[in-house]
Design a protein around this ligand. Structure first.
Ligand code: UGA
Length: 443
């Protein structure tokens, strides 16, 4: 089957590559010439385990190609996936300009029936707007070709995107057209397991499903962070509470890890965009607003704990930081808790000595060269000469630590752990002061 994907960002590239991998002919279109050239050479612009090799294999096999030519892209696939960005507007709503620009391009160039597949995360009602844009561009050419628009949201987690694509819990397709259903079955058919998980529904419900899924997961996290904050004040240990409630299958163990707040390109943006959609239809989304407010506050707790440990005086201190990315297995620092912390530390006159297995380049790109940021080669260098250590990301190489050694490295024996990696008793026995999340700071 011939498939065109607009946008070679995270979602577009993973989708295009996975579809090529099962034998479809995929053409990915992007306006960025440099990026397309690098992709043609098998070099990928993001860090995603397993993806680079998969791109290279499929490019070599001739099933995955890249272009900057919109006419070629539109002519190619019967299915035209839109997988371009929907960054937040100033008011928190999703900025639709890139999605609508692609719709316009398709209308300008199409010469036969096409199915436009909305893969980008877009507000409810977008499929209709996409349809209108395509129709308007066709009308401007004096054409009235047939086309359909369907919604097919993605549920990929960064760092596990290939597995999420190939073994996803469901494939949601919003359409009423039998013709579209048939084509989408053909598209996902080679993934036998996915075939059974195809879920057809109406377009608006599919669009809302995407936001509802992310908002639900974000709610679980904010809820747990609230319980963690309560546990701290009530003298309970949230990790024991987590095990206690997760064992109830109605609650489940997933996404109830308290921490220093959720980040990334999805949860913060999607919760905000859904709340914004709610107010557009005169509904006050109290829960969504609270989920966001709790998360913002949670991102400040690492600094608050550090500040408490240093009696409010962090000026001139050197803080070791393990983990910059918003979660492990990615170099993404969008809305990462590490950023809130670093920025607060700099404001307080402290210096940051940081290490991350993947996100160092990204950190340099975001903050440039500055005297109060030193990026070091490994976690050991990060604590050398530091006053205290903060952990922002639960990379697996941060889990095994010789606490006696750590105590000797730090001027003040303070460890602030935003991910609850260690057993409080063991770390305390080594003489370290351990500030975790929801575990009682008096530990
Ligand atoms: C999220 C969803 O999990 C995907 O299903 C969805 O497709 C994707 O957004 C998207 O909309 O594109 P992602 O942002 O890659 O995926 O990352 P997650 O693994 O969901 O983690 C998000 C944040 O929540 C991270 O900062 C993580 O540290 C935090 N988190 C996660 C917790 O604080 N506690 C948990 O228990 C789980």
């Amino acid at each position: 089957m011939k498939i065109t994907i607009f946008g070679t960002g995270y979602v577009g590239l993973v989708t295009g590559t996975c579809l090529a991998d099962v034998g479809h002919d995929v053409l990915c279109m992007d306006v960025d010439k440099g990026k397309v050239q690098r992709l043609q050479d098998g070099e990928i612009p993001i860090y995603e385990p397993g993806l680079e090799r998969m791109v290279q294999e499929n490019v070599t096999a001739g099933r995955l190609r890249f272009t900057t030519d919109p006419a070629e892209a539109v002519a190619f696939g019967t299915l035209q996936f839109i997988a371009v960005g929907t960054p937040p507007d100033e008011d928190g709503s999703a900025d639709m300009q890139y999605v609508l620009a692609v719709a316009n391009t398709i209308g300008e160039h199409m010469n036969e029936y096409k199915v436009i597949v909305d893969k980008s995360t877009v507000p409810v009602g977008t499929a209709e707007r996409v349809g209108e844009s395509v129709a308007a561009a066709l009308a401007a050419r004096g054409e009235a070709l047939e086309f359909d628009v369907c919604s097919n949201p993605e549920f990929l987690k960064e760092g596990a995107a290939i597995d999420d694509f190939t073994h996803g819990a469901r494939i949601v397709v919003g359409t009423h057209s039998e013709r579209v259903k048939e084509l989408m079955r053909e598209c996902y058919g080679p993934y036998i397991r996915l075939q059974e998980k195809l879920m057809f529904m109406d377009v608006r419900s599919a669009e809302l499903t995407k936001y509802a899924a992310n908002a639900m997961l974000a709610t679980k996290i904010s809820f747990m962070n609230e319980i963690a904050n309560l546990a701290e004040r009530l003298g309970a240990d949230v990790e024991q509470v987590r095990r206690g409630i997760g064992s109830d299958p109605r609650i489940g163990y997933q996404f109830i890890y308290p921490g220093c707040g959720y980040g990334g390109s999805c949860f913060p943006k999607d919760v905000q965009a859904l709340a914004r959609s709610a107010s557009d239809v005169d509904y006050q989304a109290e829960l969504l607003n609270a989920v966001e407010a709790i998360n913002k506050r949670q991102k400040q707790t690492l600094f608050a704990k550090l500040s408490q440990a240093f009696d409010g005086d962090l000026a001139g201190k050197t803080i070791a930081l393990w983990g910059l990315s918003f979660k492990p297995n990615t170099d993404d620092m969008r809305d990462a808790p590490s950023r809130t912390l670093m920025e607060a530390l700099w404001d307080a006159g402290a210096r940051v000595q940081a290490f991350d297995p993947e996100a160092m380049k990204e950190c340099r790109r975001l903050y440039g060269e500055r005297d109060d940021l030193v990026l070091v080669a490994d976690r050991i260098q990060a604590v050398k000469g530091a006053d205290a250590l903060v952990i922002c990301t639960e990379w697996k190489d941060f889990r095994a630590v010789d606490f006696d050694w750590l105590k000797n490295q730090l001027a003040m024996p303070v460890v602030v752990d935003g991910r609850n990696l260690f057993d409080p008793q063991t770390i305390k026995q080594a003489g370290l002061m351990y500030y975790a999340v929801g575990r009682g700071d008096s530990l």
